[in-house]
Ligand binder design. Structure first.
Ligand code: ATP
Ligand code: MG
Length: 573
């Protein structure tokens, strides 16, 4: 909760004002039964009409003041808690964006999403409710009892005696519900994850007729959430009825003892009427207090989940700048090993050098570590041992902004965003229309874009659903080329292109991007055969290295793949 303080601090003055207004509202409310008792005993009984009107007018005044002040304060509380939550959400989003890939793997995307949405919502509710009830309820409670004491101290002992009982109920509810709410949020994470997987993979799920299976899976997480919800709900469900019971018992006692006292002449019947009013007021205040505690438990659990992310240490710190090594190639991997999980290397002892303007091709079966090499090169993950250097500088010593700017990249299964084709190519960078056109020409995308009525301004649907796989890939390649990167990274980026388009693309890259160092991952030997250096990977290890000609001689696996795909392997594409 302490983690929230910096966010609340700028609004402390505003919140204090809200609470002051609430306080005034509650005080006005407290006078209503008192005035009513006055009217009954001194106005009505004595037949004094002008007094009835005077006190009646004061009662109306108090009621109007209560209403107005409450409305004003509630609006103010919504405003401040809304703004505080907005600031928290902003920072949380920023932090999530800056988490390293490894931290994100640990956190999971769905958990990040629910922390950003439902957890911050809980915090918002907590802040608002505390402001609305936090001061009003105690004032009504204490003030109500005080008023009762001034009217009939003897009878007022009844509600006072009941207070510890209610305190105990609230204590137990809070104690048991806090862990329950933490659990509830983590189950919610799972629900979000399942839904997310299903929605992203809806076509696959349908194609493989796994709909029933997925339904069952969703049913399971859904039931889980319901169970936790019910448990959390059943605990809090005890509070209201039990505090009701306690107070109703108190009410009965007041009426009973009151009747006896009235008969004995120790008190007036009008006092009993006011007492009942105060009792109801106290009852409502108690309910308010328990609701605050419930909201507090929920908010606290959520605040912790948010704070856990905000307090994540900065991973992948930038090392002090070092002097570049002399005669260094553009990219060098020096004995690099890496594992995602710490169990078994996903890349072992990888070394290679690539000069400016050269092309590296990476070939290997699925799961052999091709994308991993790219992840390491772009420093999405840090190597476990060895070094990766760009122009002779360890990439860990290059500020991340500078490093990222060097790359133009198409990830495997990359995504296009909703917007226009032009916006997708620009991708929030400042790229001229001419630059966009050049990029689309080189990426072999100008053909299909020209066919569209609005050209670069044509609309791309969410996830690029109105584009074919090959069109999407070409658009992504155009996006990567448009930044005129120093290093172009294409992970299986032309797999959906036909042979001819793929060949045209490679030709355009060779001719137009002579100074761009390129790293290509491909399944087709034809896409890689012109590369200056080709790595053949198997299970994270290099089993062949050299250019096409050399590999045909030395690497049987490469020869085998080439012959299966291209006949004798000499066919020019
Ligand atoms: P493909 O041709 O299918 O794209 P790839 O050669 O690109 O395969 P990688 O994505 O580099 O394969 O994965 C190499 C290995 O690392 C695989 O065994 C994979 O299961 C594992 N792996 C990849 N990403 C992660 C991750 N984020 N966490 C844990 N393991 C991972
Ligand atoms: Mg891959």
């Amino acid at each position: 909760m302490r983690r929230l303080y910096p966010y609340i601090k700028p609004y402390i003055g505003y919140i204090c004002l809200t609470l002051l207004i609430k306080c005034l509202g509650a005080m006005a409310e407290l006078w209503i039964p008192y005035l009513m008792e006055f009217i009954l005993s001194r106005g009505a009984e004595a037949g004094n009409v002008s007094r009835v009107f005077l006190y009646g007018g004061m009662m109306i005044l108090c009621a109007v003041a209560t209403l107005t002040l409450n409305v004003v304060a509630n609006r103010m509380s919504a405003k401040s808690s809304g703004r505080i939550t907005k600031a928290i959400r902003h920072d949380l989003f920023q932090k999530l964006m800056n988490l390293s890939s490894r931290q994100m793997d640990d956190l999971t995307v769905s958990s990040a999403e629910s922390r950003l949405t439902s957890d911050t919502y809980n915090i918002n509710q907590m802040l608002a409710r505390i402001q609305r009830m936090g001061i009003r309820a105690p004032i009504l409670l204490v003030g109500g009892i005080f008023m009762m004491l001034t009217m009939d101290a003897g009878l007022a002992l009844i509600p006072i005696a009941l207070l510890p009982l209610i305190g105990i109920i609230v204590y137990f509810v809070t104690k048991f519900s806090l862990p329950m709410y933490t659990k509830q949020q983590s189950v919610l994470d799972k629900v979000v994850r399942t839904v997310q997987e299903n929605i992203t993979g809806v076509r696959v799920v349908r194609a493989l007729s796994k709909t029933e299976h997925e339904k069952a899976r969703f049913h399971e997480v859904n039931s889980n959430l319901t169970a936790v919800d019910q448990k959390a709900g059943s605990i809090t469900a005890i509070t209201n009825p039990s505090s009701n019971l306690v107070l109703n018992m108190g009410l009965t006692l007041v009426v009973l003892l009151g009747a006896i006292r009235v008969r004995g002449g120790q008190t007036d019947a009008t006092v009993i009427v006011a007492f009942v009013q105060y009792f109801i007021m106290i009852l409502n205040a108690m309910m308010g207090v328990t609701r605050i505690f419930v909201m507090w438990s929920k908010g606290e659990a959520s605040a912790r989940r948010v704070a856990d992310v905000l307090d994540m240490p900065e991973d992948m710190a930038v090392l002090p700048w070092e002097e570049a090594e002399e005669h260094a190639p553009h990219i060098e991997f020096r004995d690099v090993s890496f594992s995602y999980t710490g169990r078994g290397d996903n890349i072992s002892n990888l070394s290679f050098r690539l000069e400016h303007g050269q092309t590296l091709g990476i070939l290997g079966s699925t799961g052999s570590g091709k994308s991993t090499i790219l992840n390491l090169l772009m420093r999405l993950y840090d190597v476990d041992s060895g070094k990766i250097l760009i122009d002779g500088v360890d990439i860990r010593a290059i500020p991340s902004e500078t490093l990222r700017k060097k790359f133009g990249v198409v990830f495997q299964n990359d995504f296009v965003t909703e917007g226009t084709i032009g916006q997708n190519i620009q991708f929030f960078r400042d790229i001229s229309v001419e630059g966009q056109r050049k990029a689309t020409r080189d990426a072999q995308a100008s053909g299909f874009i020209a066919e569209k009525e609005a050209g670069l301004d044509s609309v791309v649907a969410v996830r690029g659903n109105n584009l074919s796989g090959g069109q999407k890939q070409r658009l992504l390649i155009a996006r990567a080329l448009a930044g005129e990167p120093e290093i172009l990274v294409l992970d299986d980026a032309s797999s959906a292109l036909d042979y001819q388009t793929d060949a045209n693309l490679r030709h355009a890259l060779r001719e137009g991007y002579r100074h761009t160092t390129t790293v290509l991952v491909a399944q087709r030997v034809s896409s890689l055969r012109h590369a200056d250096l080709i790595l053949v990977l198997d299970d994270g290890k290099v089993i062949g290295t050299g250019n096409h000609g050399q590999l045909m001689e030395t690497c049987s696996e490469y020869r085998h793949i080439a012959q299966t795909q291209m006949g004798d392997g000499k066919e020019a594409v």
